[in-house]
Structures are given as structure tokens and as C-alpha cells.
Design a protein around this ligand. Structure first.
Ligand code: PHB
Length: 391
């Protein structure tokens, strides 16, 4: 098989890249280890920045998101038993976020690729990259029982944090930056009505909690936990008890409860590889960087990467110019580090760190007090949360 861009991974980065390239008249093939059913049903993130929403609409894959996604013009910070609203819309001159699940974005992108004849191969295995330092890189893998090879001009590594592409960048040509947080998030999906119109990020002496949503009937909630904890040790009753303890307070806020239809623990880490490119291999999304979920930036960074990459490839294929490709890594990393900073700040402000002293705990409250009482501080949170301008 021969194509212009071989794309490893059918997550938001790989699928959107394939779609953007198609709009530029550039051919690609996407290969994915999981099945279509699996990628279309795995529960992941759900917050889309304003720029992500605008891009999806602009490139023709935003119709269902516009209909079914929930536009939120604010978020809430809750601490000391009281809720404080951050008016994202007013503080950013009219921007907002949209809550629309990542697997719904994936469904829309898969449908768009299939409608325009895009090549998507699911359930591939034994993926290896070859000759990425030459002009003729190749991807080898197994598919439907046979050995296959894609010869291409470029490879996009969009196969996530646990994928194989990152390891094709030799250790002595890259720097890995990593921070592992001493906590995880226990996430649930519950069949219950909404408890709140807008997301609630809570700091509590028992630890962080977050109330998010998926639809009027399905709610997404998280609480900070030990990353080594086992979700099976948590009965539904015990889970709701923990949420009530962290969220309900003297102001009378009550959680709407219901059957828990899914639960799981995610570890929290920050990770960045520099550079995001080696020869003709370009990494995008989680393959290159991970943010803790507190800033709601993960999927948005993936979208920002492939926007930069698709433009750089389009310029290369029409004019032979390589300057945008040469700047790909530094352009993306600027945004990535700003998102790392914001995500770590949101995490530090709201999570209980058992190793910190009473002084640090009091400072956490001062930080929350400041961001909910100073317009300048609130603007800073808001402009980051809705998304800094795209490159
Ligand atoms: C989610 O709805 O899954 C969600 C929302 C906000 C976050 C992280 C996850 O910061």
C-alpha cells in the first residue's frame, strides 16, 4: 500500500488529521489496534474548548456536536462549603466550552472519513515503524491475518501514551519531561438527572471532586483517590457517600443520585516529549504529551497539534517548503507547556496532598479565594479554560 501520510491511531488526533488532510487533497491511511466498536464506545474526556468547537464546525464535522453538545458559559469552584461561579463567557469576551464526549467526536470523525472514502484499518497488530529518517518511511503491521506494509512520505504517530510511535525517536535525540501525581481520579457514569447546570470543581478536606455531565439523563463525576486503589472495593453506596461528603455542605447543595453504570480509576501524570518530531515521523496528541485531567485540555491539545500539522503538510505538498514542518514541534510545544502549566495549577489548587503541611493547605484556600474574588485572576483562569488562541 502507498499513501502520502500513514497515520497510526484512530483517536481524535489521527482521525481529525486524516479528515483535515483530505480537505487539503492529501491522501492518508489510518491504522488502529482496537475495533471500531471499541473506539466508538470508550468513555474518555468531554470538554471542548471554544477553538476546538469552532474548528470542528468549520471543517464540517460539528453538526451533531452543535445539536447534542451542551454549551457551558461558566464553571464553578467549590471550597469551604460554598460555590463560586467563574463566568467564562463574560470574562473572555463571549467564549464558552462545550461538553460533548470524546467518543462522540470519534463517531462523527469516523463517519466523515468513511463518507469520503477514507482508508481506516481497525484491529491491526504488531505495528513497527521503519526508515523514519529517510524520505520513504514505512509502517509494517498485521491485519486480517496477513503481513501488510504502508509506504508513505510522512508518518503521524497518533497512537496515544502507550503507543509504539514515540519509541521510534531515539533516546539520545529527545528529552522526556515527566511528573507523576500521587493521586488518581475515580470516575463514574451515573443514570441520574443533573445536579448542576455547570461543572463543579471542588476542593475538600477529603480530597478533590468534580461534577460533570454527559446528557440530561447521564452524569459524569470524579473524586480524587489513591491511584493504586481498586474500583471493585467501592460499592455504589460507598461511592455516593464519598461524593456526598465532599460535595454537600452548609449551603444546601444536594447531589442527584442514581444507578452507577460505569466506574474506573485513572492515574494522573504530566508528560512532554521534546521534540515531537524525528525525521519524517511527527507525534501528535497523547503520544507526545499527557496533562492531568483537571484542566480539561487533553483532547483539545490533540486537536491543536493536528491543526498545525495538517497546515504544515499542506504547504509542503503544494510548494515543497519545509519551514512549517520544521517549526511543528516548537509551535505545538508552546501551547503544550501552557496547558501543562494550567493543568498543574488547577490540580495543585484543588487536590489534597497528604504530604503537604498545614501552611500549604491554607495557601490552597488563599489561591481559591483570590481566583474567585479578583477579576484579573478569574480572567486568567477563564482564558485558559476556554482555550488560549490557536497558533
Ligand atoms: C469530563 O466530563 O469527563 C471532564 C470534565 C472536566 C474535566 C475532566 C473531565 O476537567
Amino acid at each position: 500500500m502507498r499513501t502520502q501520510v500513514g497515520i497510526v491511531g484512530a483517536g481524535p488526533a489521527g482521525l481529525l488529521l486524516s479528515h483535515l488532510l483530505h480537505l487539503e487533497g492529501i491522501e492518508s491511511v489510518v491504522i488502529e489496534a482496537r475495533s471500531r466498536a471499541e473506539i466508538e464506545s470508550t468513555i474518555r474526556a468531554g470538554v471542548l474548548e471554544q477553538g476546538t468547537v469552532d474548528l470542528l464546525v468549520e471543517v464540517g464535522v460539528g453538526e451533531r456536536m452543535r445539536r447534542e453538545g451542551a454549551v457551558h458559559r461558566g464553571i464553578n469552584l467549590r471550597f469551604s462549603g460554598e460555590t463560586h461561579r467563574i463566568d467564562l463567557h463574560e470574562l473572555t469576551g463571549g467564549k464558552a466550552i462545550t461538553v460533548y464526549a470524546q467518543h462522540e467526536v470519534i463517531k462523527d470523525l469516523v463517519a466523515a472519513r468513511i463518507a469520503t472514502g477514507g482508508a481506516l484499518l481497525f484491529e491491526v497488530s504488531e505495528v513497527t515503524l521503519h526508515d523514519v529518517e529517510t524520505r520513504t518511511p514505512r509502517i509494517r503491521f498485521r491485519h486480517e491475518g496477513g503481513q501488510r506494509e504502508i509506504a508513505c512520505d510522512f508518518i503521524a504517530g497518533c497512537d496515544g501514551f502507550h503507543g509504539v510511535c514515540r519509541s521510534a525517536i531515539p533516546q539520545d535525540r529527545r528529552t522526556d519531561y515527566q511528573h507523576v501525581y500521587p493521586f488518581g481520579w475515580f470516575g463514574i457514569l451515573a443514570e441520574a438527572p443533573r445536579s448542576t447546570e455547570e461543572l463543579i470543581y471542588t476542593r475538600h478536606e477529603r480530597g478533590f471532586a468534580l461534577v460533570s455531565t454527559r446528557s440530561p439523563e447521564l452524569q459524569r463525576l470524579y473524586f480524587q483517590c489513591d491511584p493504586r486503589d481498586d474500583e471493585d472495593r467501592w460499592s455504589d453506596e460507598r461511592i455516593w457517600e464519598e461524593f456526598r461528603a465532599r460535595l454537600e455542605g452548609k449551603d444546601g447543595f444536594r447531589l442527584a443520585e442514581g444507578p452507577i453504570v460505569q466506574k474506573g480509576i485513572v492515574a494522573m501524570r504530566s508528560f512532554v516529549i521534546d521534540p515531537m518530531r524525528h525525521g519524517r515521523l511527527f507525534l501528535a496528541g497523547d503520544a507526545a504529551h499527557i496533562v492531568p485531567p483537571t484542566g480539561a485540555k487533553g483532547m483539545n491539545l490533540a486537536v491543536a497539534d493536528v491543526r498545525v500539522l495538517s497546515r504544515a503538510l499542506a504547504v509542503f505538498f503544494t510548494s515543497g517548503r519545509t519551514d512549517l514542518l520544521d517549526r511543528y514541534s516548537s509551535t505545538c510545544l508552546r501551547r503544550v507547556w501552557l496547558a501543562e502549566r494550567f493543568s498543574r495549577w488547577m490540580t495543585a489548587m484543588t487536590h489534597l496532598d497528604e504530604t503537604s503541611d498545614a501552611f500549604s493547605n491554607r495557601l490552597q484556600l488563599a489561591e481559591l479565594e483570590y481566583v474567585t474574588s479578583s477579576r484579573a485572576a478569574a480572567v486568567s483562569l477563564a482564558e485558559n479554560y476556554v482555550g488560549l488562541p490557536m497558533a
